[in-house]
Write a protein that binds this ligand. Structure first.
Ligand code: ZN
Length: 387
């Protein structure tokens, strides 16, 4: 999620009780990488939410998780720090109500498969992989009808079960995404938020259309380059931060606006035959931005909403949706796994520009500085070198 997004996408949804940690299975049920030691007796370094308050602690002797028969144990190389991790770091109201103390945090990563469970067929030790962090049992209505990204029983890596700010992480085989060799590690580490951007852009349909992006945090910036790559006729963006507006221009936006300034909605209309933008991608969660974005959307336009307001908002449903004949799409997570295939195709096309967004790399032992860089706004996307 974006750092300007106050609450992560799945946060508002109550999660049914279920096993929060990977099952424990005998060591004999796993195949190890050549030279790999059995995982049971080993320990690892991990960033743990050690108490019900701010910060994280680096635990130098956390037991390495043991994969169940259908699980994969991955040695993490790089992990991205996300807006969700910031909430957990700062221990805000959402985090206090959702995060179990003692959990290993983090959900965006790239790594190498270390061991696989006895029933795993598609993934083998030594493969370079990332993973979808939304885990479902594939039993509910949405999972069984092609919409697993909004499954009722979703468990999130690093939120509901141990995550990837650790030398090793366990995920079910279904969630593992083998990486094309043409996708470098620093990009593979941020496929989770890139997937949010791709899902939003593709759901709205931007080809040959004018697109307005309100909010250019990490995902909004990614949406600029994705919309460009997906054939948008023009890409317009707003953000309060001049540095982020400049970065949006660098990534291919045609024009950027300070939403606190006067007259920008008229400028959007002037660029769109007087109609307004065909497509609104709302990435900020700010009620003012949502109101302004819908004002700048043309009659009959499409709005895709990813940004999450921190509390219920007042919204002019009559003028913004009903009389406007607008189509409104709620966006949560990434489609499993249509979005992942789209991401791979876009990345391999060479049309995405992500290097300016991944601004910092820090060692995991230097995690406090990584969080500071992100929270201060000095960094955009910060990735940690885990192992
Ligand atoms: Zn994330």
């Amino acid at each position: 999620m974006s750092p300007i997004t106050p609450v992560p996408a799945a946060a508002a949804r109550p999660v049914p009780a279920g096993p929060a940690m990977p099952e424990t299975r005998p060591v004999e049920s796993v195949q190890s990488a050549p030279g790999g030691a059995p995982s049971r007796s080993r320990t690892m370094r991990a960033l743990v939410k050690h108490h019900a308050g701010p910060g994280l602690r680096l635990d130098a002797a956390r037991p390495v998780p043991v994969p169940g028969p259908r699980d994969v144990l991955i040695r993490v190389r790089l992990a991205g720090i996300c807006g969700t991790d910031r909430h957990i770091w700062e221990w805000d109201q959402w985090a206090a109500s959702r995060i179990p103390v003692g959990i290993v945090t983090g959900h965006e990563f790239v790594g190498v498969v270390e061991e696989v469970g006895s029933a795993v067929r598609r993934v083998t030790p030594g493969q370079r992989v990332s993973a979808e962090g939304h885990i479902t049992a594939w039993n509910d209505y949405n999972s069984r009808t092609g919409n697993a990204h909004i499954a009722r029983d979703t468990m999130i890596l690093g939120v509901d079960r141990d995550g990837c700010f650790a030398e090793y992480v366990v995920v079910p085989e279904e969630n593992v995404w083998p990486l094309h060799p043409g996708i470098p590690d620093h990009v593979a580490a941020v496929l989770d938020p890139l997937g949010n951007a791709v899902h939003t852009v593709m759901a709205a349909g931007v080809s040959a259309r004018s697109v307005l992006i309100t909010g250019t945090g990490i995902i909004g910036l990614m949406a600029v380059t994705v919309a460009r790559a997906a054939g948008a006729a023009q890409v317009l963006a707003t953000d309060l931060d001049p540095r982020r507006r400049a970065l949006a221009l660098e990534l291919g936006a045609d024009e950027v606006f300070d939403p606190a300034g006067p007259g920008w909605i008229e400028q959007v209309r002037a660029r769109t035959r007087g109609d307004g933008a065909d497509v609104l991608l709302e990435m900020s969660g700010s009620s003012a931005a949502i109101d302004q974005g819908f004002s700048a959307l043309r009659m009959g336009g499409t709005a895709a909403l990813l940004g999450i307001p921190s509390r219920p908002i007042t919204f002019d449903l009559n003028n913004h949706v009903i009389f406007k004949g607008a189509t409104v799409l709620g966006i949560n997570g990434r489609r499993m796994f249509e979005t992942w295939y789209q991401m791979e195709s876009l990345l391999l096309s060479g049309r995405l520009r992500l290097d300016p967004i991944v601004t910092h790399r820090v060692a995991m032992s230097d995690f406090a500085r990584g969080f500071e860089l992100m929270i201060s706004g000095e960094g955009i996307k910060v990735v940690m070198e885990v192992s």
